[in-house]
Structure formats: C-alpha cells, structure tokens
Design a protein around this ligand. Structure first.
Ligand code: HDL
Ligand code: ZN
Length: 416
C-alpha cells in the first residue's frame, strides 16, 4: 500500500535535523549557565505563571524557597492537584516520556534520582539526538554580569552552539547603558553624536567578533515606533543598521513584549502588546540593504507581519514566539505563512531555557508542521501536482534552517 502523504511528510520532518535559531541555552563550557534537569524544567517561568494561579503558598513564600522546593510547589499544583493540560505542562510530560521515563510512575524524588545519574556531556548528546537538532543558537548578552566573565575568561566552543548578540539594554535603556559603555572603555556620551554612534558601532563590532555572532537581536516594546526622534530609533538607524551592513549581519527584531507587567512574578511577569508594524514597514523600506528577522508576540500582529514579508524580501518572519507557542496558534500561524509566503520563512524556534525542553518544543512543533505541509501537498496533488520525496526533503530542509541560513548569507530572493 502506497505510503500516505502524511506518513511521507512526517517521516521526512522527523528525520531532518533542525537548526534552532533562538534559545536561551548556553555552550556546555559556560557551565551552570546551561540549565537541565527536572527542577529547572519545573521552575520554567511559563510554569511559574501558571502555578501562581493555583498553588497554595503565597508568591513571597515561593520566591523565598529553594529551587527544589519551588519545583515541588509547581509539581504539586500543576501536575498532582490539577491535570497537566497546558502546553508548558504537556512539555514536561513529553520530555520525560521521550527520555524513557513514565511520569505517572515517578514522583519528584525518583525523577531527581534519574537525573542525578546523568552525566552532562552524554546527556547533552542524548537530548540533541532525541530532539534531532543540528545546531542551537544562543542568546548572548555582553550586559549579563554572569555570562560576560565566561567570554572574558574564554572557552573552547562547542560547534553545535552558535552565538547571537543580544542588545536590549543598548537600545531600551540607553542613558544607563551609555554610562556602562564608558566604563567598558567606549568614548560615548548621553547625546547621540557621530562620535558616540561610532563608538557604539565599535562596541557591536568588538562583541560580534568576540562571540562570532550570527546575527544581532533585540526585543522591542509595543510602543516602539520608527522613524522617530527617540534614542531607540536613532541608535538603530545610526549604529545598529550600519553595523549589520558592515558585518553582513541580519538584525532580529522580537516585537510586542511588555516587560514586567507584574513584577511580583519576576521573569514570569512579562506580557504582550500589539506592536506597531508601521515601524517595521518603514525600516524594511528605508533600509533595503539590511536584512530583518522578525517575530511578533501578539497573535493579532501575525497577519500583518506575513503581508509585510510579501512586500519586502529583506524581511524574514520566524517562530511562534512565547505566548503564540501553543498548538492552536502554531497551526494557525504556520498555515497562514505557508498560504501567503510558500516556504520563504522559518516556522519555529524553541526559545528553550532548559536544555531538555528542546525535546518537547521540537516534538510538538514538528508534528504540527508535518500536518500543515501535508494539507498543502495534498491540495497540490488534487490539482495534479504530486510532490516527490526529494521535493518534500528540499522544502523541509528550507523550513528547518536552510532558508534561515540563506537569508543570513544575504542570498537574494525575488520581491513579491
Ligand atoms: O526576550 C526573549 O528572548 C523572550 O524569549 C524571553 O526570554 C522570554 O522570557 C522567553 O523565554 N520566552 O519564551
Ligand atoms: Zn527568547
């Protein structure tokens, strides 16, 4: 019996290693920065948000507890007292299940025992193999006082972990960052003079070289507008975009995040707002020689982002970011992108903060991608265009990192 289209597509999607283009994971040589294991899985801020609505203990008690105790509160409230039906809860279950652990037969103590028996090196290999990852792109910040010393000290890179330069404080907190830059030896002043912009470019070039950064990234609030007489807009236009052109780097914009909506939740306290994509339209139009990688946090921004990508070939939409990383929205967004962009986008990144998470993030997303692609191939077949396995493989390789790497390299694509 001929293999169904869905079986063929699923086989190829599962077998194609993925380049995970945005995570918060670190090179194993950066030590404790690379999180893994059951306690880190359970105190993931997505789960803390959800647990804060259900757990018996007050938030202040939660924050004063140890990581193990916090994991216990999350496990009790989201897995024992209530069924683990949220996407983040299902993620823990999928991860354990695909590591060969029956979550129903294991209490927290036995899960901890299992993890305690894992050695970092072999565990990392096992996780990357289980998730079928070709590479992991980190989020590397010169502004992070914990991460920066690892670069000062230097370390032998694991080629599977590639770097991306994260510059939020430079753009969203310029006055304080100007002082910090001066302490770092860059002759900047508060006003954005030509000298200051030149020094900001030198800082960007220094760190791009230091970490061998693949692209430059920033997350932006819903209030971001461009063009504008704001420090963000002037730093982007006067320093970041020229830097990216000089270095042949793409600029990644993550748009629509509202930081610290509820500060009591700490890292779990960020929210979402509608981004003004007129700013993105103006950036793409005014800077045709720059390449923009963009993801939006609001569901309501997704259609406009896709239509803008049809207008500007220097715009590459990627991922179902954070609050849109749910089966329902991944299905909706991926189908929208296939129907309006063909395969000229990157459907997903994991945003993983704990290494083991890449197992569930990619297991869940691969199955939805396979379904969405199957629907489109079946529709093409109905119209007389049966795709070959080689063509499916070409498309899937494009979607799981090939198109991203071509876009980074500046390979021109035709405009709409
Ligand atoms: O700004 C970002 O890169 C976001 O992804 C945040 O890190 C957020 O906390 C997150 O992990 N989302 O998935
Ligand atoms: Zn992120």
């Amino acid at each position: 019996m001929a293999e169904s289209i869905h079986a063929r597509v699923s086989r190829i999607v599962q077998a194609t290693p993925v380049h995970d283009i945005h995570t918060h994971l670190y090179d194993p040589a950066q030590g404790e920065l690379l999180l893994w294991g059951i306690d880190d899985l359970l105190v993931y801020h997505y789960l803390v948000s959800e647990a804060s609505r259900q757990m018996e203990v007050p938030l202040e008690r939660f924050w004063s507890a140890s990581k193990e105790e916090q994991a216990g509160f999350v496990w009790q409230s989201l897995f024992i007292d209530h069924s683990p039906v949220s996407e983040a809860c299902r993620g823990v279950l999928t991860t354990l299940n695909r590591l060969g652990i029956d979550p129903r037969k294991n209490d927290l103590a036995s899960l901890r025992k299992w993890y305690a028996a894992q050695k970092p090196g072999p565990f990392i290999d096992r996780v990357m193999q289980t998730a079928n990852l070709a590479s992991i792109c980190m989020t590397n910040s010169p502004f992070d006082p914990v991460e920066r010393p690892t670069w000062d000290h230097g370390f032998t890179r694991d080629p599977r972990f590639v770097a991306a330069l994260r510059i939020d404080p430079l753009l969203v907190a310029w006055p304080e960052t100007a002082i910090w830059l001066r302490d770092q030896g860059y002759a900047v002043s508060r006003e954005l003079s030509a000298q200051t912009l030149g020094e900001v470019r030198r800082f960007l070039a220094d760190w791009t070289a230091r970490i061998d950064s693949r692209y430059c990234m920033v997350s932006l609030p819903p209030s971001f507008t461009f063009p504008a007489d704001t420090e963000i807009a002037r730093l982007i236009e006067g320093a970041v975009l020229p830097h990216c052109r000089d270095q042949g780097q793409a600029f990644a914009l993550m748009m629509g995040v509202k930081r610290a909506v509820n500060p009591r939740l700490r890292m779990a306290g960020d929210g979402v707002g509608l981004a003004d994509l007129n700013a993105l339209q103006a950036l793409c139009a005014a800077h045709p020689d720059n390449r923009f990688l963009v993801t939006c946090l609001a569901r309501e921004n997704q259609h406009e982002l896709v239509v803008l990508a049809r207008k500007f070939s220097n715009l590459h939409p990627f991922g179902c970011w954070w609050f849109t990383n749910t089966p329902q929205l991944i299905r909706e967004i991926t189908t929208m992108r296939l129907e309006l962009l063909g395969t000229s986008f990157t459907p997903q990144h994991s945003d993983a903060r704990v290494l083991d998470q890449v197992i569930y993030k990619w297991h869940h997303s691969r199955s939805i991608l396979a379904e969405a692609l199957t629907e489109k191939y079946a529709a093409a077949a109905e119209a007389g265009w049966k795709v070959t396995d080689a063509e499916v493989q070409r498309d899937v390789s494009e979607l799981l990192g090939g198109g991203f790497h071509r876009f980074l390299s500046g390979a021109r694509v035709r405009a709409d």
